[in-house]
Design a protein around this ligand. Structure first.
Ligand code: ADP
Ligand code: MG
Length: 269
């Protein structure tokens, strides 16, 4: 099994923030769709028992026969847990509420923090030839999120452009540091993405200023605006890029994908 260093396989990014409603799932879906639109092969791992990423990509509950739960805890062949979506090049391992018990079931497991890491590095994975794997984390710093951070090369943090946005960040950074000190010394911070930004709102501008002052280059240049089309898309079971490709939200996620790809090309060079 390859080690934790990246050796030319997919770039694995955990989309994490223990706050709920900050745009993790929206970012995982739409960044995934935007990367796929650019010709990348992308796998989205739904690691949230709420299964919002699965629903938002149109995976019906009855089609979620095999899920992230099996990927972690049972040896189900990848072919059976990976589903295609209506977006060309974007595939998903869906989640159901079953995953909520995994956090507790994992505690007794000797390899509890490494289950996702090992699942994503099984030899059968190579055949899928993914360029990116995005992990949509639950709104908690639980064992599932730790699994994501151990499996990932980097963490992308959506930050809602709202009061108190930066408050939870130190806790998140602490968890990243702990994972670095134990299971995954090479874990990087891919970047902080400002989401639901309202340029008419002073608060949004204040959060941006604070974030850029405190976190510098860690903050992506691309900002995701608050855009009603983004919030409508999931109820039509599609990414905003498909639902309304000309919307501001779509443009922003395309720009984010571009910025991410450029960053990673520079890192590889
Ligand atoms: P999380 O996964 O962090 O809990 P979500 O991605 O589910 O957060 O987003 C929370 C809510 O905010 C959802 O209803 C979503 O549709 C909405 N939302 C997210 N990003 C935007 C945006 N850029 N513009 C408008 N609404 C958004
Ligand atoms: Mg979510």
């Amino acid at each position: 099994m390859p080690d934790l260093l990246r050796t030319g396989g997919p770039k694995i990014i955990a989309v994490a923030n223990q706050k709920g409603g900050v745009g993790k799932t929206t970012t995982a879906i739409n960044l995934g769709a935007a990367l796929a639109e650019q010709g990348n092969k992308v796998l989205l791992i739904d690691l949230d028992p709420q299964g919002n990423a699965s629903t938002g990509l149109g995976i019906e509950a009855e089609d979620r026969e095999h899920t992230t739960y099996e990927l972690l805890l049972d040896e189900v062949p990848l072919d059976e847990v990976i589903l295609k979506t209506d977006v060309n090049g974007l595939e998903i391992v869906p989640a159901t509420i079953d995953l909520s018990s995994a956090d507790i079931e994992l505690i007794a497991n000797e390899k509890r923090s490494y289950l996702l890491h090992d699942a994503l590095r099984q030899p059968a994975m190579e055949r899928f030839a993914y360029d990116y794997i995005l992990i949509d984390c639950p709104p908690s710093l639980n064992l599932l999120t730790v699994n994501a951070m151990v499996a990932a090369h980097s963490v992308m943090v959506p930050l809602q452009s709202e009061f108190f946005a930066l408050e939870g960040l130190s806790q998140l950074m602490l968890t990243i540091r702990e994972v670095r000190q134990s299971a995954n010394p090479n874990l990087r911070i891919e970047g902080i993405v400002l989401t639901m930004y309202d340029s008419r709102n002073n608060l949004s501008q204040q959060v941006e200023e604070d974030a850029r002052d405190n976190l510098g280059d860690l903050v992506f240049r691309t900002i995701i605006p608050r855009n009603v089309r983004v919030s409508e898309a999931p109820s039509y079971a599609m990414p905003v890029l498909q639902f309304d490709g000309g919307s501001k939200g779509s443009a922003a996620y395309r720009a984010l994908a571009q910025e991410l790809m450029e960053k990673n090309q520079m890192a590889a060079a």
